[in-house]
Design a protein around this ligand. Structure first.
Ligand code: NI
Length: 255
């Protein structure tokens, strides 16, 4: 059994064939997944999905690129909905220095108050970090995020950084990029992440693994990520599947 810890099957890319996509996931052994909402429209679409499929869990949070757009009302709406059955994490939240739509101080403020909300709710975090490892780590430390921990989603930095986040009670999640030809750094990091801190994800519809790079991604393809990790770690696919599934359940307090 595989657990895709990060999907956006609430994205418009799946509006016409979500049932088929979910069935293909089940047929590939992907029996658990998390659907992530990052703003008003995508969070609203998380709820009917988790209500319909009992094996799909939800994560909600305001994304850093649009931090500047989050109103007080949005923040209260998110925190109120953290109590909904099936919501297992607050995220994805974090810092994104690639896009310059939201100034850094505003990203920091929106990140900090959502970390506090997760701690109040007793939920783990799903962290989006793009070109911002230093500030992400500093803020997680300052806010004592280790009390809830969570996931470093689609991790793309080196082992030295991974180790710091692991020390802060975070799991390291790898997606499609670990299968890309030019992703030597991610593979070197994955090789060193302890098995009990490893997670897998698709981030679909983005980041389709090799040989589907550039095509719409879907949860069934998390199997290709798991296969690559089994190769990197030198253990069987079954072992990778079972250890990453156990890790995800522990991280999200499932079962
Ligand atoms: Ni995402």
């Amino acid at each position: 059994m595989l657990f895709d810890t990060h999907t956006h099957i609430n994205d418009g890319a799946f509006q016409d064939d979500l049932d088929d996509v979910v069935q293909r996931a089940l047929d590939s052994g992907v029996e658990r997944m998390v659907v992530v909402g990052v703003d008003r429209p995508t969070i609203e679409k998380v709820f009917p999905i988790i209500d319909k499929y009992p094996f799909i869990y939800g994560a909600i949070g305001w994304n850093p690129e649009d931090a500047v757009d989050m109103t007080e009302h949005d923040f209260e709406w998110i925190t109120a909905n953290l109590k909904r059955p099936g919501i297992v994490a607050l995220g994805e939240i974090g810092l994104d220095y690639h896009w310059d739509k939201s100034p850094k101080p505003i990203q920091h403020q929106v990140f900090r108050r959502q970390i506090r909300a997760a701690k109040d709710a007793g939920l783990p975090l799903i962290i989006h970090n793009r070109e911002a490892s230093e500030d992400v780590l500093r803020i997680l430390r300052e806010e004592h995020a280790e009390s809830v921990g969570g996931v470093m989603h689609c991790f793309s930095d080196n082992w030295a950084w991974a180790e710091k986040f692991i020390d802060l009670n975070f799991y390291i999640s790898f997606g499609g990029p670990v299968t890309f030809k030019n992703a030597q750094l991610q593979r070197e990091t994955a090789a060193r992440v302890p098995l009990d801190r490893l997670l897998i994800e698709t981030d679909c519809p983005y980041l389709s693994p090799h040989p589907f790079r550039g095509k719409r991604n879907e949860p069934a393809r998390v199997r290709l990520v798991a296969e690559k990790l089994s190769e990197i770690k030198g253990i069987s696919l079954d072992e990778i599947a079972s250890v990453t599934t156990e890790n995800a359940k522990r991280c999200f307090h499932i079962g």
